[in-house]
Design a protein around this ligand. Structure first.
Ligand code: CU
Length: 349
């Protein structure tokens, strides 16, 4: 076993010890799911509402139509696995950094402290039990020990703080100027994805009924009718907003979670390392069907993403974006932000 394998195995073992925490958080999702069994009529209503304008626009849109075939999910990638209880594999640089922080900084510290306290308790219980120690000590003070048990925790906190603050700062670095913008709107209870740099169309995304999802080879309760499609391998400026109540746009395998709050735009960079299909869920209790508004992010190579854009009603690929595909579609991004802000008022009645 190489050093890297050993490190990886150690990481897995350390994560095993986090099972209690994982279970504690896991119950949140389990509790949310059965809350609202009234799924069918609401879903049907919003699906038909979304379908009508899309069909009309598709008819109008004749020339230069792109092509797009929805990607099949890869088992175990970007989605939960049976019996899984630790983090999903990560597909973003920030995810790698966050996972490293968890596996090699936080869990070792937690495990070491827990074991130390356990050992100390056992020693005290054995050594100072009544039978072995009939006359109790009257010691109440030891300056050296008090200095030690103050300084060592301070040092531990400093050691944790350095990578922790670095990770926090990385997570909220603003997007580079030319980054593609996608605006994510949380509705009760579905998602809307607006592409201000590509003509400003909005994709309305509803959960698929379970049998339909399984028929398409996708996980139930996570598959959607229309996915959020984005390019892989480049920074994307995600802006979130809520249209009614607070939602939260969260995709575990991309280490991404950002609240969608009515009346304000939140912004964070999403960088997906490789093409794939990544599932998430609304992660802020937002009402009766909170458990039924999953997220499916499909990351494609730039060219395929642009082909998908052309299949959308009013979807355009900016001239700058075509000239310089990956890095700097500079001019396209700037004027697009203003319409993004007030687009939330219009859509999806
Ligand atoms: Cu929600």
């Amino acid at each position: 076993m190489s050093l890297a394998d050993t490190a990886r195995a150690t990481g897995k073992a350390i994560r095993t010890l986090g099972v209690a925490a994982a279970l504690a958080f896991g119950t949140q999702a389990i509790a949310a799911t059965p809350a609202a069994p009234v799924a069918a009529p609401a879903a049907a209503a919003s699906e038909s509402a979304a379908a009508a304008p899309a069909a009309a626009a598709a008819a109008a849109d004749t020339a230069d139509k792109g092509s797009y075939v929805p990607m099949k999910p890869t088992p175990g990638k970007g989605q939960p696995v049976d019996g899984g209880w630790t983090f999903q594999d990560q597909y973003s640089p920030i995810g790698d950094q966050g996972l490293w922080m968890h596996d090699y900084v936080l869990m070792p510290v937690i495990v070491a402290i827990t074991l130390l306290v356990l050992i100390l308790l056992l020693v005290v219980m054995a050594k100072f039990r009544r039978a072995a120690n009939p006359v109790a000590s009257k010691t109440s003070h030891n300056t050296l020990i008090e200095v030690i048990w103050t300084l060592i925790p301070v040092l531990i906190l400093v050691v944790i703080a350095v990578p922790s603050i670095r990770l926090l700062a990385h997570q909220y670095e603003p997007a580079p100027k030319g980054a593609l913008t996608v605006k994510v709107t949380g509705y009760q209870w579905y998602w809307g994805y607006t592409y201000p740099d590509n003509g400003g169309f909005e994709v309305i995304s509803n959960m698929l009924p379970e049998e339909e999802a399984l028929k398409r080879g996708e996980p139930g309760h996570l598959a959607v009718d229309n996915r959020m499609v984005v390019p892989a391998g480049e920074p994307i400026r995600i802006q979130t907003i809520g249209s009614d109540v607070i939602h939260s746009f969260a995709v575990p395998s991309l280490w991404f979670k950002l609240d969608a709050v009515p009346g304000r735009i939140n912004e964070k960079v999403l960088f997906i390392k490789e093409p794939g299909l990544y599932y998430g869920q609304c992660s802020e209790l937002c009402g009766a069907r909170h458990g039924y508004m999953p997220i499916a992010v499909e990351a494609l190579p730039r060219a395929k993403f642009e082909a998908w854009v052309k299949t959308q009603p009013g979807g355009t690929v900016g001239p700058v974006a075509e000239a310089a595909p990956a890095a700097v579609p500079a001019a396209a991004a700037a004027p697009a932000e203003a319409p993004a802000a007030d687009a939330s008022a219009a859509p999806a009645a």
